[in-house]
Design a protein. Structure first.
Length: 377
């Protein structure tokens, strides 16, 4: 299911994990170039495609239209509040959004396991969502029409059971440093550089157990280096004073105040910080920035299956994703479908890397618990 595009990654870490095996028991991480593509099609095309998914009519007529008796409930991961209005405009159907961070959203789903109150979950926690399928909580083995337009990178992230579809991937961790503390020559260029003693006490990141993008970041190292190699990498940084903050906004605050001067920071936070005039520089490592995949999945218990399917199909429309780039709360991301232009400020040569889906899902609880223990010491 996965393409081993970034095999050179492990070699870059040999300087920090010489004692550990750099060959994990699974294949290497998935990665891809992030070159911008052409602009998207019109809103009218989005509405027509979505309407066809709802009615099954190729002519876009209203005959057989699904009747909605209550809003479609979407559990959303603290972003893109513009989507309900966009979907309403395209289809006439109402969406009720319930927002929360990754941990909050997954806790809510777990608490409702016996009586789910949601129809769609759209969240940055790809591995959490994959585990929901194993518990029988997701609709599986279906494919939206717009899945045909997925990029090669995103297509490789769709599980064999088709329990979710990626709607975009953003960097969970680009390298950011304060330009008033380090020169370009002294700044870290690779993730391996963060273990250099000259950065002791100066590095920060978000908590993998709280911030949705931070777990994919941690999982990537554990996958690409092997569990022991990944732990050794972070142990080195913890021994040198790595500071872990609940979420990325707190990492931004620490950078702005000078509490830290180097960070693994989510890209929207990094670009917003730079735009605000903070003295920082953003580096996209050649080995690939660590990606957090935004996925959409449908509850197996939904009473609005056709509308839920239309909603996911709507998210995979190029025009929808273009509007999320242009107007969304977190417009810095790599779209999952062809035909979308990225923000011009974003590095045109940016590359992404993610942990294997099954590895990330199987080891999530253990990796988060290990981080919690290390952070508490």
């Amino acid at each position: 299911m996965r393409k081993n595009i970034l095999r050179k990654t492990a070699a870059l870490f040999t300087c920090i994990a010489a004692a550990a095996s750099l060959t994990a028991c699974r294949s290497g991480s998935t990665s891809a170039d992030s070159a911008p593509t052409a602009a998207a099609e019109t809103v009218a095309d989005t509405a027509e495609n979505t309407e066809e998914a709802l009615t099954g009519a190729n002519d876009g007529s209203q005959e057989g239209r699904v009747t909605q008796t209550k809003p479609l409930v979407v559990y959303l991961n603290d972003f893109d509040a513009v989507i309900p209005e966009m979907f309403k405009e395209a289809t006439g159907y109402d969406v009720e959004v319930v927002s929360g961070n990754g941990a909050e959203t997954m806790s809510r789903i777990a608490a409702e396991a016996g009586n789910p109150q949601w129809d769609v979950v759209w969240i940055d926690s790809m591995y959490d969502v994959y585990n929901l399928a194993g518990e029988g909580q997701l609709l599986t083995d279906w494919e939206p029409e717009n899945a045909a337009n997925l990029t090669e990178f995103s297509r490789n992230l769709v599980p064999d059971n088709k329990c979710f579809y990626p709607t975009g991937i953003h960097a969970a961790g680009v390298l950011v440093y304060r330009t008033d503390v380090f020169t370009e020559a002294d700044a870290p260029k690779t993730f391996a550089d963060l273990t250099d003693e000259k950065y002791s006490g100066k590095v920060g990141m978000a908590d993998p157990g709280v911030a949705a993008p931070a777990y994919p970041l941690a999982a990537y190292f554990m996958d690409s280096l092997g569990l022991e190699g990944g732990k050794e990498y972070f142990q080195t940084m913890f021994s040198q004073g790595l500071k872990v903050f609940p979420k990325n906004p707190q990492v931004v605050q620490a950078l702005a105040s000078g509490e830290i001067s180097v960070a693994l920071l989510q890209e929207t936070n990094a670009y917003d910080m730079k735009e605000s005039g903070e003295p920082i520089s953003i580096i996209w490592p050649e080995e690939g920035a660590l990606g957090s995949t935004r996925v959409a999945a449908i509850s197996a218990a939904t009473e609005q299956e056709e509308i839920a399917k239309a909603f996911v199909n709507f998210l995979l429309d190029a025009d929808t994703q273009q509007k999320l780039v242009d107007m969304g709360d977190e417009g810095y991301f790599e779209p999952s479908v062809e035909g979308v232009a990225l923000k011009p400020e974003r590095d045109a040569n940016a590359r992404m890397a993610v942990a294997d889906i099954e590895f990330g899902a199987e080891n999530e609880a253990d990796i988060k618990a290990w981080f919690a223990d290390m952070s508490a010491q």
